[in-house]
Design a protein around this ligand. Structure first.
Ligand code: SF4
Length: 375
């Protein structure tokens, strides 16, 4: 399946990106392993094809076709001596230990730590990106850690993490680094998580799913025109990816960020929830997340809490079982309830687990299975 990208290119040209030296706040625990040698971070890119027009990348629907020396739309792939290379291998610009709830994953090893990494680059251009300083630039413009896959696994183990999360920017675009690290992590008994926009083609996604345990995928809108204007991407590839994640047995949760004036249309939210229900995602947790003014949408207000609550009501009416709201201080809708008897089985305070009474994956009160990976 192929998708038209002309509108996306137009949107990208309209956006002025920062090109200075950029780094997200990084954990002090890793300060001793900072490095800047970009040459060692090149690897032959996977899923490339030589065509008459140039080297084509088949990882995502942007379908970059690049000539000698050209940089990809995701800013971290380049043609060098007639081969496509990833420039994002072993050089994350961000590395932190996070609670797994931060991804957010609420039904996957609750209360555990995830060693979380990101390189520069993204294949979307979201107007509301919270991490634009790293997502909309390239690895040679960020301050990076020297963390080859073996070192990522070692650090994860030494920090008591049960998983590695590929997150913050877009793991689809540092695919080779994710894949190789995830393979090693699997062998070491560490789980792998992606927090992704789901903008990836079927073949690379199926290969990725073979080493990934859990995913939180952003479903940013249910209107294709809005998707294009807000993110530069298209809706259908993301829906296709959700189906593949599920079919491949990856534990899946979905985030829908509600942006005022953009994605707060209740009819569209209902259509989205109905599609999810009709396509077998009724047991997939959905997180309605609150927007805060940022990046190109600084002029907008935060999402009213009532809008998030109304969206949650709609989701429940459409048959979605595990519905949460996120980014709301003092949030009442972050606890997990038994779908049968209504007992509260997991109580969350922010990213902290205040109590978890799930036993062997079942409700402590009535014994009903609570979907998820709990141990
Ligand atoms: S992953 Fe990057 S290089 Fe490949 S098609 Fe997508 S945007 Fe282009």
């Amino acid at each position: 399946m192929r998708y038209d990208k002309s509108k996306r290119e137009f949107l990208k040209k309209c956006m002025a990106f920062s090109t200075g030296m950029i780094c997200l706040p990084c954990s002090e625990i890793l300060s001793e392993i900072m490095s800047g040698d970009q040459k060692t971070n090149r690897r032959i890119a996977m899923f490339q094809e030589e065509t008459a027009r140039g080297i084509m990348c088949h990882i995502c629907p942007n379908e970059c076709v690049l000539k000698e020396g050209e940089l990809s739309e995701c800013n971290n792939r380049k043609v060098i001596k007639s081969k496509l290379y990833t420039l994002a291998f072993g050089n994350p610009c961000s590395a932190n230990v996070d609670p797994v709830e931060k991804k957010p994953l609420y039904h996957f090893l609750p209360g555990s730590r995830a060693f979380s990494i990101a390189t520069a680059g993204c294949n979307m251009v979201c107007l509301n990106c919270q991490n634009w300083a790293i997502s909309q630039t390239s690895p040679d413009k960020t301050r990076n850690y020297d963390l080859m896959p073996e070192k990522v696994v070692e650090e994860s183990i030494s920090k008591g993490c049960r998983s590695i999360a590929y997150t913050y920017s877009e793991p689809v675009t540092f695919y080779e680094y994710v894949y190789e690290t995830a393979l090693l992590a699997r062998k070491a008994g560490i789980k792998n998580i992606v927090k992704s926009n789901g903008y990836i083609y079927e073949e690379p996604l199926r290969k990725l799913c073979s080493v990934i345990d859990a995913a939180n995928i952003d479903l940013k809108s249910f209107n294709n025109s809005t998707y294009l204007r807000l993110t530069g991407g298209k809706l259908q590839p993301v829906l296709d990816a959700l189906k593949i994640y599920k079919e491949m047995g990856v534990w899946l949760e979905i985030t829908n960020l509600i942006v005022p004036n953009w994605t707060d249309n209740f009819d569209e939210i209902r259509s989205m929830c109905r599609w999810l229900s009709d396509n077998g995602f009724n047991k997939t947790p959905i997180h309605f997340s609150r927007f805060y003014p940022t990046y190109k949408l600084e002029q907008l207000p935060p999402t009213p809490v009532e809008v998030l609550e109304k969206a949650s009501e709609i989701a429940a009416e459409e048959g979605l079982i595990y519905v949460y709201t996120g980014n709301v201080p003092g949030n009442e809708h972050s606890d997990t309830k038994c779908p049968k008897c209504g007992a509260t089985v997991v109580v969350r305070q922010g990213y902290r687990i205040a109590s978890n009474t799930i036993k062997d994956g079942k409700c402590h009160k009535c014994g009903t299975t609570i979907d998820g990976i709990w141990n």
